[in-house]
Write a protein that binds this ligand. Structure first.
Ligand code: FES
Length: 356
């Protein structure tokens, strides 16, 4: 079989064309003229004007790609992008423009290169059998055998056994990791617990306990559990809302979850976890600023609008002997976005009206 080089320097035979394909044009790298029917290998020596022009054009496109890539990196690293900084509004357009230059430069350069400077040749490669012949297989077996002998594995039984043991141990190494997944995990329901405990006082943002009378009707206050580090527990942030008792529609079995018009909800949106703290006093609506989920604070924080699929979890509260608000327990269900191991339903606790 002739090599590509041989074929490049010989005239193409019409019968070389593959059946069903039109005869391939063989492009002359030297341009028009004497080499119309005779393929010529690409050569810088004696290249005519067309070739030189093509070479320059392709190089220019590649250079453009390089400039675009450098510009992209420089923009990414050095251009001001923070809102309000001088020229920040050009950051994203510049990234787009420079990346476009880089990609288009490379793509267009490659296409032009192939169309103008590369030899246009069609080659058929003969297939050979994929399986190796018996001599090769016997040779490979002999090499393996020789390797095993030279490694000393056959001669030293203790080495052999310890080696096999180590390999078996390595093979089972990933298996315990599987037990960290799915139903084998979260038996302690870590995601279902927050910092709230039975009797935890409600602290405001400054760490002061909140008592009855601190909040006017229509007021709201962020509250945190009175436990060590409670104000930094992201899963425990809650909102205490006060409305007139007759405005609250307490659902069955939740009569003692509220106290004289005071009600507490988790502030973590059940959609994707943004803080839900925008309260509209007239409608009692709680808004999530991220995707506009709207909850009815007067009616168990039911979802009125938006992508959230669950009500905001409610924290059952009462007051202690000194008049401070306290939690009756932790949230009865996991706070925040739903997750795949979350049980479909949690049994709601009921409380009698006694204070803690
Ligand atoms: S995170 Fe609240 S609506 Fe999406």
């Amino acid at each position: 079989m002739s090599s590509i080089r041989d074929r490049l320097t010989s005239s193409p035979e019409p019968e070389d064309s593959a059946p069903g394909f039109a005869e391939h044009d063989t492009r002359s790298a030297g341009g028009s003229g004497a080499a119309e029917s005779e393929p010529v290998a690409v050569s810088h020596h004696g290249a005519n004007d067309d070739t030189k022009l093509a070479e320059l054009a392709v190089s220019g496109l590649f250079l453009l790609a390089a400039v675009g890539a450098v510009g992209f990196i420089a923009t990414y690293v050095a251009w001001p992008f923070k809102y309000g900084e001088s020229g920040y509004q050009y950051y994203t357009p510049l990234l787009g423009i420079t990346m476009t230059l880089a990609l288009v430069g490379v793509g267009a350069g490659a296409v032009l290169w192939a169309k103008t400077l590369m030899v246009d040749e069609e080659t058929v490669q003969e297939r050979h059998h994929l399986n190796s012949d018996p001599e090769d297989r016997a040779g490979a077996a002999a090499v393996l055998k020789q390797g095993a002998e030279e490694s000393g594995l056959m001669k030293h039984p203790i080495l052999r056994r310890s080696f096999l043991l180590s390999q078996a141990a390595l093979a089972i190494l990933p298996i315990p990791l599987l037990f960290g997944l799915g139903h084998f995990q979260h038996k302690e329901r870590a995601l279902a617990k927050t910092g709230w405990k039975k009797g935890s006082r409600l602290l405001d943002e400054l760490g002061r306990p909140v008592k009855i009378g601190d909040l006017d009707v229509g007021g709201v206050k962020s509250v945190f559990p009175d436990v060590p580090g409670g104000r930094r527990m992201a899963d425990s942030a809650a909102l205490l809302i006060r409305m007139r008792p007759d405005q609250l529609k307490t659902t069955k079995n939740r009569e003692n979850w509220v106290y004289e018009g005071h009600i507490v909800y988790s502030v973590i949106c059940t959609h994707l976890g943004c803080p839900v703290k925008l309260y509209e006093q007239q409608t009692h609506h709680l808004f999530c600023p991220c995707h506009q989920s709207t909850f009815d604070a007067a009616n168990g924080a039911k979802v009125l609008f938006g992508p959230a699929a669950r009500n905001l979890p409610q924290l059952a509260i009462t007051v202690d002997a000194d008049g401070y608000f306290v939690a009756r327990d932790d949230f009865y269900e996991p706070v925040g976005p739903s997750y795949w191991e979350r049980k479909p339903s949690y049994k709601e606790p009921t409380y009698d009206g006694t204070a803690l």
